[in-house]
Design a protein around this ligand. Sequence first.
Ligand code: GLC
Length: 549
Amino acid sequence: MIDLGEKIVYQIYPKSFRDSNGDGLGDLPGVIEKLDYLQGLGADYLWLTPVYPSPQNDNGYDVSDYCAIDPRFGTMEDMDRLIAESEKRGLKVMLDMVFNHTSTAHEWFRKALAGEKEYQDYYIFRDGTGDQLPTNWQSKFGGPAWEYVPALGKWYLHLFDVTQADLNWENPRVREELKNVIRFWKGKGVKGFRFDVVNLISKPETFTDDLMGDGRRFYTDGPHIHEYLKELTGDTGIEELMTVGEMSSTHLKDCIRYSNPEERELSMCFHFHHLKVDYRDGDKWSLMEPDRMELKRLFEEWQMGMQKAHGWNALFWCNHDQPRIVSRLGDEGKYWKQSAKMLGACIHLMQGTPYIYQGEEIGMMNPHFQEIGQYRDVESLNYYGILLEQGKTEKEALEILAARSRDNSRTPMQWSGEDGCGFTEGTPWIEAARNYGEINVRTQMAEEDSIYHFYRKLIAMRKEKAVISKGSIEFFMQENPDVLAYRRRYQGEEVVVLNNLTGKEAAVLAESVWCGYEKILGNYEDSRTMEGAVRLRPFEVLVLEKRGS
Ligand code: GLC
């Protein structure tokens, strides 16, 4: 079994990582160029978001062939080379499996549209007339979750874009086809899988209107989800590999089952509750100051809940769907460096497996796009229209997108201060953030005290200290609204992590909190004297180790 607590996963969004041929789109040879960098950082696994043939309506999450490479990204030979070159450097490749839906350009869907009953049963079709939606469910990208096909007199379900048709997991043939996809990539030497929105695959037996919401309560962690995951894992032998499920609007009790090794489902789960603490009334498109007390409560609930029942957390702030964390919970100005480091330490020292999303390790920020023409993402473009329809002004709608768009994390990786930021010699498919002159890999590697070097220390610490990779966790100072404080323990060793989540110097720690401990990592350059009561500076993180432990 893999020692999950010792591993670090680095997420690559290939389209924005490194363009090797000047067409403005990142590609697999570009990833290969950067393997030394990834090894130097200390990553163990590289998770690549989809590089399969796709119309790219949802940047590759609309897959039209699961067992091939989209020419935009390269060839199958490039993928083979990437796997082999990674292995040489002790890096393992993890691929993204988008099994809740296929693109409507997939052969299966095309056959379904051509009238083949067998393939219609691969999807979720409902008979009906064009004026009567089967249910009132909403797509996660806005608008109804059903699309009518007049020629067939049927509707099909799409929980995401209209070109992403949901698969019918009730059909054993569908399950078998998807297992074959896993077998194919496993045979190529892929060592891990990330399963896209996998807790949405099991739909209810009957479809009814949701009078309380958008339909998600009927299919989230659905009726047969645990059976399906056990079957998929068992029949493909991926239990020995690294697997992570992306769990949308999920529940702790289900995530325990998904990730408890005895259940033989997955290694770990992504959940997103801690990334909704700045959604007003749970609405992503309604801005609010982050509720830090709620953030603390959620970390404690999930860390303690998973620990108690032997589940396992994926630890992350950033991915290709989330705005940059330093722009969101940190500070883009004076405390940029401190806040990026504090946020990194805050999750890296918890119990679980940390994930780093490209650019997070150099403190990349949201690009602050000013015009709708700068956006590319289907969700952002749809919601821009929806926000205007709701009566927002263009300025208001753009402000919301600037904070919430998924494109915030999809801008080119900032490798250097040169034109094209070291990402491309051509015109990038999406504009880079303007600050690439100052914030880039080259400057971060050169500066001793940089965010990049701090991330390397965090990674090294996890590998050196069993108390971080294996230790228990408990939280304290729960009533303090500013400080997230936790303690890790393992075989007599003890480490305390104190994170000032705010930009003010507010939290005063009683001597009893740290007395008898020694500082082993922090994000302020000067050495602090640990005498008397300690006041945490803005966004300060202190990592303390019990003396003699
Ligand atoms: C996941 C992916 C996201 C995609 C969606 C539909 O949430 O991370 O990028 O749009 O699933 O596949």
